[in-house]
Design a protein around this ligand. Structure first.
Ligand code: DC
Length: 229
């Protein structure tokens, strides 16, 4: 069983670099990481557009048909849905938007919260998402909230997509990020916001290495790194 102190939570808005950081922190701790956005994205793909408007009981049942587990650790962690690895097809901006809509439904959040807590009960974990420190792991030992302006996040995403050979439009990306921020921050259930006891890291002027340094420093001063570092 995991000690709750061995859960690290990384929350923050779309495009702030949570997944990259979760992988790096997980490598340092020798623990798996849980990309909870990928869980919402995966359900959004499985259930299809408009699923958030289904009657509550039916929505809950359809979500509960999908079970999630982790294999491996550090950056080698794989998220499995019904035993099958969740792949890159969930990573598009369109699926992100579908996921954000679906994530406003309390039935969906309930089912995934139980799955996330079950995973955290059996292993040390780096959990990233929107409500890890506030709702899912309120007693986690180390909580971080990452933030950056929409413009900075859109520019990062632009570079990422360009590296994959795509030619995105910066204005469109900025608008998509603002729209998803608004939905994630303003929903009634588990809105995006920092936990009271989270360390807030403004990543606007830091690169990944810089943010990682801040996070590992905070974990280390509280004796949370392997070997007491
Ligand atoms: O982190 P991401 O962009 O992959 O997340 C996709 C959407 O899923 C996000 O816009 C809102 C939702 N989400 C959530 O509501 N709670 C989480 N813990 C993780 C993601």
């Amino acid at each position: 069983m995991s000690d709750i102190l061995s859960v690290v939570t990384l929350d923050g808005p779309a495009g702030v670099g949570k997944t990259t950081l979760a992988r790096r922190v997980a490598d340092t701790l020798g623990a798996p990481y849980l990309d909870t956005g990928a869980m919402f994205r995966c359900l959004a793909l499985k259930l299809g557009p408009g699923a958030e408007r289904l009657p509550g009981g039916e929505l809950r049942e359809r979500c509960a048909a999908w079970t999630f587990s982790l294999a491996g650790s550090g950056s080698g962690t794989t998220l499995l849905c019904n035993g099958v690895p969740v792949r890159g097809e969930v990573r598009t901006e369109e699926v992100g938007m579908l996921a954000s809509r679906l994530a406003a439904a309390p039935e969906v959040r309930d089912v995934l919260k139980a799955a996330q807590q079950a995973i955290g009960a059996s292993t040390a974990l780096v959990a990233e998402g929107r409500d890890m420190g506030t709702v899912v792991f309120p007693h986690a030992g180390f909580k971080f909230f990452l933030d950056a302006t929409p413009e900075v996040r859109a520019m990062r995403r632009l570079r990422e997509l360009e590296e994959r050979g795509e030619r995105p439009d910066l204005a469109v990306l900025t608008e998509q990020i603002r729209k998803r921020d608004a939905m994630d921050r303003n929903r009634a259930v588990a809105p995006l916001r920092p936990a009271q006891d989270a360390v807030i890291v403004d990543t606007s002027t830091l690169d990944i290495q810089g943010v990682l340094g801040v996070i590992l420093h905070h974990i280390s001063v509280r004796g949370g790194l392997p070997g007491g570092r």
